[in-house]
Design a protein around this ligand. Structure first.
Ligand SMILES: C[S@@+](CC[C@H](N)C(=O)[O-])C[C@H]1O[C@@H](n2cnc3c(N)ncnc32)[C@H](O)[C@@H]1O
Length: 270
């Protein structure tokens, strides 16, 4: 598996962008019902299938809703994130829900501060598009998962139509400058193969959104320019997000997937 490191400078700059965006987004992001409703969380928890003896880890856990949902069915759930303001939201959520079987860690997905084979289930939702080295992040998830355990990645996917995928990624990088790239379904599945995981099970869902709300949730340099990219995508669904006008609003939906694989008990022969 080879995945060359970016220059340290660019990694440090990107880490700073992540912390800047998500420190500012933390409160707003934690209150998006499409992401944190019981229904949205059940999709992920059902796919990961935690049991009462299981320990779970959610990387890039943000405001902790996935961790708290897992903790309701698992023995213990851990969440890790690079942004302290997100972890503050997570702690507040666990406290509000009276969850004691949770642990929070500040850290980076590329160097998880856990021993090999520490968890039964390792998950990551809506964060791979922020990773400059998605394969390195997935390899870390695999490392800390026990053989026979579950590795789950969920994210929005880019269209197989390259022009639409490029338009989607261009809009997202303008909307949230910490975005690196939304991958296609095929590219996400290729990461599983490169990380020595079997072909993942796939579950599809949509995250409905509205352009003005999406722009207000992040901190773009030029909000008007982002809205123009949405406008331009209405005819012909130019971003592959079913972007459409309804009254004075532009509606769209993120096409998203949950990919789940069991870590092999023995690594495949090479
Ligand atoms: C869009 S939020 C998703 C939060 C959460 N997974 C969810 O679905 O609600 C992305 C999160 O990834 C975190 N993140 C991005 N890059 C990271 C990295 N390299 N290491 C740790 N956390 C990272 C950010 O701090 C942010 O909280």
């Amino acid at each position: 598996m080879s995945n060359p490191d970016p220059a340290p400078d660019s990694a440090a700059v990107h880490d700073a962008l992540i912390r800047d965006q998500f420190t500012r987004q933390a409160g707003i992001f934690a209150s998006v019902p499409e992401l944190h409703s019981a229904e949205a969380l059940a999709l992920l928890v059902d796919a990961a299938h935690p049991g009462p003896d299981h320990t779970t880890l959610d990387i890039a856990c943000g405001p902790g809703s996935v961790v708290v949902a897992m903790a309701k069915r698992a023995r213990h759930a851990t969440g890790l994130d690079a942004t302290q303001a997100m972890l503050d939201q997570a702690r507040a959520l666990a406290e509000a829900e009276g969850r004691k079987n949770v642990t929070w860690a500040e850290g980076n997905v590329y160097a998880l501060p856990f021993q090999e084979q520490s968890f039964d289930i390792v998950t990551c939702r809506f964060a791979f598009h922020h990773f400059a080295r998605p394969l390195a992040a997935l390899a870390e998830m695999v490392r800390v998962c026990r053989p026979g355990g579950v590795v789950l990645v969920s994210d929005a996917v880019a269209s197989d139509d390259k022009a639409k995928a490029d338009a989607f990624n261009k809009m997202e990088r303008h909307r949230d400058p910490s975005t690196v790239e939304f991958l296609t379904l095929g590219a996400l599945c290729n990461l599983f193969a490169a990380a020595d995981l079997p072909v993942p099970a796939q579950k599809f869902f949509q995250v409905p959104d509205e352009a003005g709300t999406a722009v207000a949730r992040s901190f773009p340099d030029d909000a008007a320019a982002v809205l123009r990219l949405f406008e331009e995508a209405v005819p012909g669904d130019g971003m592959g997000l079913n972007t459409r006008r309804e009254g004075n609003k532009i509606l769209f939906a993120y096409p998203a997937v949950i990919l789940t694989a069991t870590k092999p008990v023995k690594p495949p022969a090479r």
